[in-house]
Design a protein around this ligand. Sequence first.
Ligand code: UD1
Length: 384
Amino acid sequence: MTHTLNRPTPGTALVHCIVGARPNFVKIAPIMSALQASPRLRGRLIHTGQHYDLRMSEAFFEDLAIPAPDRYLGVGSGSHAVQTARIMESYEALLLTDRPDLVLVVGDVNSTLACSLVAAKQLVPIAHVEAGLRSGDRTMPEEINRLVTDALASILLTTCAQADQNLLREGIPASKIHMTGNVMIDTLLRCLPLAETKQLPARLGLTPGAYAVATIHRPSNVDTADGLARMLTVLEGVGRSLPVILPVHPRTAGRFADLGFAERVKKCPGLRQVEPLRYLEFLDLMRQARLVLTDSGGIQEETSVLGIPCLTLRPNTERPITIEQGTNLLVGTDPAVVLQAAADVLASPVPPRAAKIKFWDGRAADRIVAVLESSMPVAGQPAG
Ligand code: UD1
């Protein structure tokens, strides 16, 4: 896309909304809708192109009815430094011509970090949606992205009180922190009725409540032979009790092949590999599962709201609220411990109760836009 972007109507502030990778699309959807209803803010959607496959990107725009991006930067894949640098270079050029009044970033992916760095150096204020989550584990690229983005942002929009506490502990003034809730849950609640029409279990020949869903893509689980071996031991163990559906992330597919695991995966009992699923398909599959095993951040939250038992295949989580108030029953990667937890879930006749977490209620995006409006009393002039 090379057209010149129009200036927004005088009296409205221009907000660049940044997305790049799959979970960002789920988070931005309700924010774009809420911005459309705002008389004072004009949202402009910028897609960095960090994710580009049809099933990792465009399918989410379709399922979530997100308007087509105003700009697509087309950066693609690369090492962390290469990808971050490409996003920065290409976003800086756009920011300098388009001159937004505010840059809104979501989550913790490389696009979040890269665009925040560009905005900060050009003195454009940043709003960070999903601020303050901390795993305490700096070997996770996302933890670095979260720490830097929060240090640069002037409006920090959080999903829970624990995130507020993390930010306060890091010396961020309370006046910058706003607990607005969980936009991923806005999307989930809005999409559930449509997801329910997808009949995913039937389409895959599965009985509702009698299968597991697994997702793995974290570098710590899939980028080393040891990590992958642990994951496969878990999948093999669970697959002996019930079918396990594994939508395979492109990173994981690549590592299965590169690290010589393709044959073992093919022979894994009960395991069904499928392509990455569209949002509505995945939601339908997840809501009827007996058990979910995942290393994703967002899925810990989604299963909690759906009341589906979740075992988190990571040494830690930045979302402890899902353990305390949700259905995140275990966080760990030791196969013996995970398999015992899976056996406990399968032996329990009563599924856990769906979590009711403060502000995870479908209205987070409205709260976010209200905060942004009150932070920009005069177009182009952030308050404070
Ligand atoms: C990224 C995020 C991660 C998030 C995940 C969701 C960072 C550091 N990581 O991880 O936090 O949980 O997205 O999916 O930003 N690839 C494709 N097609 C695509 C995109 C990627 O084939 O559309 C392949 C490429 O080989 C690429 C690899 O997947 O090298 C990894 O992609 P990348 O964006 O670097 O990180 P993710 O693992 O997807």
